[in-house]
Design a protein around this ligand. Structure first.
Ligand code: C2E
Ligand code: MG
Ligand code: MG
Length: 659
């Protein structure tokens, strides 16, 4: 209480006392009554003026007895008016908002709705009154009722306040509209009266968000889930398997020969094939399985199952079968098969990353087994050698993908003076961090099995031609010999590819020698002749490599447009024996009879070089002259030859002092 509250009653008490005293005096001394009366009149007037009636004890008493004065009535009325005015202004303001303000009673019925409710519901009704008193949940999409109900219940029971949730309204036009609802308890005088909430239409943002998250999780070409999605699902599946004790398999799938399809039919057809394959594979899986595009022509299937691991193999072979029948039905002229590698959780690996790696390894092994093949990682482990192969193979594939193969050069010398260089042979080299230098005798067959030989051949040709065109030592005066695998040669792309490359590097076909092994005839002499003739006509020199090791005969050489024979190292090694001498002499004589040039490889010492020269072999190659070496070293080698020769300009006809 403040001081004012004490002063007023005090004044009133004094005034009351004074009146009582005056009344007594008038009564006791009536003669003085005019004086007393005027005094009384004066004081009464003052008291009236100061609002005596308002503060009198009687009024207080009446109030205590719950009697209300008119003034009170007036005061209350004016206050109610002011509140009503403020309320109306508040509701008008709510009508301006895009959000809907709602009030729910404790039993979930609509107690208040702001104007936008009608729009949110797509309703034709003119006023919200129609909806008041009805349960709010009736207007919520059935799929979201349970979770929203749970949330509002938690709010009312005081567990959480406020709460928010995204849910769908059940609109009259049946369109799916998403709203974001924020709800809080509505209290009056400390008591919970219900729930107040704000509903905001977030459909546009929701659709946009969904589209963005779909794009982030799906591959644009095939619309299949991408790696990110797959990673998430693998994580979820691991948790599920740990709880249920169930298993799942990852199937790493690669399309065989996809590159050829792409090269042959163009990228558009290749893209369409990927879409078709995606659709066919997806159609043959359950809704709970995931088919993701891993990238390029690789897909991954996540296949949950309870216990029997063999299910994965069955699904894989069924996918292979369905793909063939569907492609046939579609009358597709693009024929592809599948290679599939499988790893199982938790048997093979305990994380998504390790499972994918193991499935990938199994896939490489499947490819190396001639493609159109399924391999389970668990099977590989039981054959340790196979596992090593798979591991190295996967390293090799990575190296090819990253263009890490290198080229070394081995000089080919003129046999007459043992000192003039007439050519270099480009030899592929691969160094791996784990396996060190791996021999091409290992990785070239690997590349053939994996269907990578065209790519390997292309990379080697490109590097060699690039070095050769730089005139940095591997000059134009000597021939560049490149090994061409048979598979590479018989592919339709080879001729246009090498022609384009020669042109690109400003070289002439006459500067290039193609070394081909005699097993080329295995593809049929006619077919081989067709391919070789085209190259010969274009001006390339054709050399029959490793002569004598295959099953062909000299008559074969006669039928094919070869320019030279390369006597295999196995004959050269035996040259010091009488029998070896006879063999090599026969080859040399017959070769000359067919007007073919002769090259001997594997010359390791002076004596061998001399014998070969005496026999009439024109060109020699081997460690005696030089081992294969990187480009810079080869350039220095050539410079060394020139310096000894005394010629500085042309490093192509140097003199090598022979010991
Ligand atoms: P090749 O074409 O017969 O190559 C000659 C092989 O003999 C090379 O082995 C070379 O290093 C080796 N050599 C050369 N002189 C001597 C010697 O005096 N003594 C001994 N012991 N060996 C000698 P390399 O480089 O290991 O290549 C092996 C085979 O791999 C090659 O035999 C060739 O068939 C294949 N190859 C190499 N590079 C390529 C390539 O780029 N493409 C294709 N398709 N095959 C290649
Ligand atoms: Mg060769
Ligand atoms: Mg050879």
């Amino acid at each position: 209480m403040n001081r004012q509250t004490y002063i007023e009653p005090a004044i009133r008490s004094i005034a009351g006392g004074f009146i009582v005293i005056l009344g007594t005096l008038i009564y006791v001394f009536p003669a003085w009554s005019w004086l007393w009366l005027s005094l009384l009149f004066f004081v009464g007037l003052n008291l009236f003026q100061s609002g005596f009636t308002k503060f009198c004890m009687l009024e207080k008493l009446l109030k205590k007895l719950h009697f209300r004065s008119e003034l009170d009535e007036i005061r209350d009325l004016s206050q109610a008016n002011a509140e009503a005015e403020a309320g109306a202004a508040f509701y008008d303001t709510l009508g301006l908002l895009n959000e809907v303000v709602i009030e729910l009673s404790q039993d979930g019925k609509l107690a208040f709705l702001s104007d936008h409710w009608l729009q949110l519901l797509g309703s034709d009704h003119r006023s919200n009154a129609h909806f008041l008193g009805r349960p709010f949940m009736v207007f919520v999409n059935k799929q979201d009722r349970e979770s929203l109900g749970f949330l509002l219940h938690a709010l009312l029971s005081g567990d959480r306040d406020p709460v928010s949730m995204r849910f769908r309204m059940l609109r009259e036009d049946r369109l799916e509209h998403w709203v974001e609802g924020n709800f809080a308890l509505y209290r009056k005088q400390g008591l919970v009266r219900g729930i107040r909430g704000v509903l905001r239409d977030v459909t546009e943002a929701y659709v946009q968000e969904k589209r963005i998250s779909h794009m982030a999780m799906h591959d644009t070409l095939t619309n299949l889930p991408n790696r990110t999605y797959l990673d998430d699902r693998i994580g979820e599946e691991i948790k599920r398997s740990n709880i249920n004790g169930s298993k799942f398999a990852l199937l790493f799938i690669d399309l065989d020969n996809f590159k050829q399809v792409n090269d042959l039919h163009g990228h558009k057809s290749g893209d369409q094939l990927l879409i078709d394959v995606g659709n066919i594979l997806r159609a043959n899986l359950r809704a709970t399985d995931v088919l993701a595009r891993w990238g390029g022509d690789e897909f991954v299937v996540l296949l949950p199952f309870s216990q029997d691991v063999e299910i994965a193999r069955k699904v894989a072979s069924e996918m292979m079968r369905k793909l063939q029948t569907n492609l046939e039905k579609m009358d597709s002229d693009m024929y592809v098969t599948l290679s599939i590698g499988i790893a199982v959780y938790p048997d093979d690996g305990d994380s998504g990353e390790s499972l994918l790696m193991l499935a990938d390894k199994a896939l490489f092994y499947a490819k190396s087994q001639g493609r159109n093949n399924i391999q389970m990682f668990s099977d590989l482990q039981t054959h340790a050698t196979g596992f090593e192969d798979v591991d190295m193979t996967s390293h090799f594939v990575a190296a090819v993908k990253q263009n890490l193969l290198q080229v070394n050069y081995q000089p080919v010398m003129d046999a007459n003076d043992h000192a003039s260089m007439v050519g270099v042979e480009a030899l592929a080299r691969w160094h791996d961090d784990k396996y060190g230098w791996v021999s091409p005798a290992s990785f070239i067959p690997m590349a053939e099995n994996l269907g990578l030989i065209n790519e390997v051949g292309r990379q080697i040709l490109e590097q060699a031609m690039h070095h050769f065109s730089q005139r940095s030592g591997l000059c134009t005066g000597v021939k560049l010999a490149v090994n061409v695998s048979n598979r590479q040669l018989v592919s339709d792309d080879f001729y246009p590819m090498i022609m384009a490359m020669v042109e690109r590097f400003g070289l002439m076909p006459g500067q290039i020698k193609l070394e081909i092994t005699e097993s080329i005839a295995l593809h049929g002499v006619e077919q081989a002749r067709g391919h070789l003739q085209k190259l010969s006509d274009a001006g390339f020199t054709l050399s029959l490599d490793d002569f004598g090791t295959g099953f062909s005969s000299l008559s074969l050489v006669h039928e094919l447009p070869f320019d030279e024979i390369k006597i295999d190292i196995s004959f050269v090694r035996r040259i010091k024996t009488p029998e070896g001498k006879i063999l090599v002499r026969t080859i040399v004589d017959m070769g000359h009879a067919m007007q073919l040039a002769l090259v001997a490889e594997g010359v390791e010492d002076r004596e061998t070089a001399d014998i070969l020269r005496e026999m009439g072999v024109e060109m020699l190659q081997g460690y005696y002259f030089s081992r294969p070496m990187p480009q810079e070293e080869c350039t220095n080698f050539i410079r060394g030859l020139s310096a000894m020769d005394g010629t500085s300009a042309a490093p192509c006809s140097p003199v090598l002092p022979v010991a």
